[in-house]
Design a protein around this ligand. Sequence first.
Ligand code: NAD
Length: 266
Amino acid sequence: MTDSSRGTLRGKAAIITGSTSGIGLGIAEVLAAEGADIMLHGFGDAASIEAQRKRLGARGVKVGYSGADVSTPADVVAMIEHATRELGRVDILVNNAGIQFTAPVDEFPVERWDAIIAINLSAVFHAVRAVLPQMKKRNWGRIVNVASTHALVASTNKAAYVAAKHGVLGLTKVVALETATTGITCNAICPGFVLTPLVQKQIDDLAASAQLNGDEARARFLAEKQPSLQFATPEQIGALTAFLCSEAAAQIRGAAMPVDGGWLAR
Ligand code: NAD
């Protein structure tokens, strides 16, 4: 890991939702490299999650794991309690778990709308609500919400996702204002495209519908939105998260920070 082992987060405990895959795993790796104890979270194959847990633990930090389903409010609360028990505290909450589904609004399955709002938006509220009292007691905390460029602009066929991510940014600002005179900050990161399973599925769909090979589909997918024509990486999102958790970022509050290859510039 680049810039690893500086230990700037030694003594802090972090839960990163959705950290069994993609962006969340990248964030967990960077925070562990900075010395934070980690609660991994999300779904996946038990053996590979255990391997991830061991790999992060080899950095000399405590690493727990929660498989809570964040579509259920009670499970979100239980997840925060579990992390607090296992790590002794939660200083850093990264709300990252998320799902995607694409269809025009008038064909959008109601069940997919409900699931995206529950996982991508409501779970953020329930986790923040559950963790804030202990952060207030210690007068220190960092809440980082992994939103999206879709928190600021829209795309077709993503009604639920865009609505949820705009909601996450609104919630981020409210929490930032309510904690503005404390040592707790709350910010949103707005990634453009990062090549994870969530995005690979959309590229596969494009390849199938436009009869393109994998490389052509990836190139067209990027060209439509991301001027750099390159994916952002989980490690880059992790590095920004670590910065937002640092003392240097103590006066960054309620911000939406793009990592988007220029998407929002045009
Ligand atoms: P991913 O599919 O690789 O990972 C999603 C994670 O969320 C997994 O760990 C999964 O187990 C977990 N998860 C999903 N539903 C869950 C549930 N009900 N309960 C518990 N865990 C659940 O996706 P990713 O691309 O890494 O996305 C992570 C976040 O980044 C999401 O919020 C996504 O909206 C956001 N994002 C991604 C991109 C991108 O290009 N990949 C861009 C902008 C924002």
